[in-house]
Design a protein around this ligand. Structure first.
Ligand code: CP
Ligand code: NVA
Length: 313
């Protein structure tokens, strides 16, 4: 596999390899300090980023390479140069391209025309690198045996809910996603894909609309912002009202399993999707989860550049 364009590109074996290498890099960040020596990795972002950018640039440094950070409007792409031409030029200078943008189809097109690995660092549809950090955190907390455990996501049926469904399915997990009905539910095609993956992995997918049923006895309560980057401001009031029952507060947390954890990809909005009491409380693992962005991206770059990620086909 050349690129990581979507979470569903990864096989279970790929995820296991990446988590294991990431755990090695956590112990020894400079364990492969010449892997990208004298090479560059382009990071092109048309949306803001705190964690993904910092984690990527640090990961590249730890592999001995140099990041070239390119902000959205820096390229000639904004002045009519094609994605195909841009992909070919970046491929002549960099060993990989990390891209964060709106349309998944733009990332797919970059992957098609670039000769180097292209990594999706968030689109409107997906956020695969986040899920690697999330599952490293889950693995560290609960170990390999996740039978009988339930992994709940509550809130907006957005890119994070999609990635949560697909990665949970790959890992053979029991995933419950609770969102409002209608336009803020996850994409039906992604839910169908998660079900298909789960049927081969022993996982179980439930998409429901009741936050209490989702939270009950769950090992993880996960949530994300209600207004994602690019969401129309005109929908804020209506959306906030629809999502209010899905806010993760102490009442929902108390319904979850006795050893449960709270997770969030961040950035967070205390008092909206999560209460301060929960996100800053003893069950929250957000700082560890955020730190794992670095070693998981490091592992991904390391194996993808070496052509060691097999993919699902
Ligand atoms: N979780 C995440 O992707 O954070 P940033 O938007 O800060 O990169
Ligand atoms: N759903 C959020 C995730 C941020 C990491 C967004 O797309 O803005």
């Amino acid at each position: 596999m050349k690129d990581l364009l979507r979470t569903a590109d990864l096989s279970r074996a790929d995820v296991e390899l990446l988590l294991s290498t990431a755990a090695d890099f956590a112990k020894d960040p400079l364990g492969a300090h010449t892997a990208l020596a004298h090479r560059t990795v382009a990071i092109y972002m048309t949306k803001p980023s705190t964690r993904t950018r910092l984690a990527s640039e640090t990961a590249i440094a730890h592999l001995g390479g140099s990041p070239i950070f390119i902000r959205g409007d820096d390229l000639q792409l904004g002045r009519g140069e094609t994605i195909a031409d841009t992909a070919k030029i970046i491929s002549q200078f960099a060993s990989a391209l990390i891209i964060r943008t709106f349309a998944q189809s733009d990332v797919d097109e970059l992957g098609r025309f670039a000769s180097i690995p292209v990594i999706n660092a968030l689109t409107d549809e997906d956020h695969p690198t986040q899920l690697l950090a999330d599952w490293l955190t889950i693995r560290e907390t609960f170990g390999e045996d996740i039978s009988g455990r339930k992994f709940a996501y509550l809130g907006d049926g957005n890119n994070m809910s999609h990635a949560w469904l697909i990665m949970g399915a790959i890992m053979g997990a029991h995933v419950v996603v609770a969102t409002p009905e209608g336009k803020w539910a996850p994409d039906a095609a992604i839910v169908a894909q998660a079900n298909e993956i789960a049927s081969g992995s022993g996982g179980r997918i439930e998409v429901i609309h009741d936050p209490e049923i989702a939270a009950k006895d769950a090992s993880v309560l996960y949530t994300d912002v209600w207004m994602s980057m690019g969401d129309p401001e005109s929908e804020r009031v209506e959306k906030t009202k629809a999502l209010a029952p899905f806010a993760v507060d102490s009442r929902l947390m108390n319904m979850s399993a006795s050893d449960s954890i709270f997770m969030h990809c961040l950035p967070a909005h205390r008092g909206e999707e999560v209460s301060a009491e929960v996100i800053d409380g003893p069950r929250s693992v957000i700082w560890r989860e955020a730190l794992h962005r670095r070693t998981t991206i490091q592992a991904l770059l390391y194996h993808l550049v070496k052509g060691e990620i097999k993919g699902t086909v």
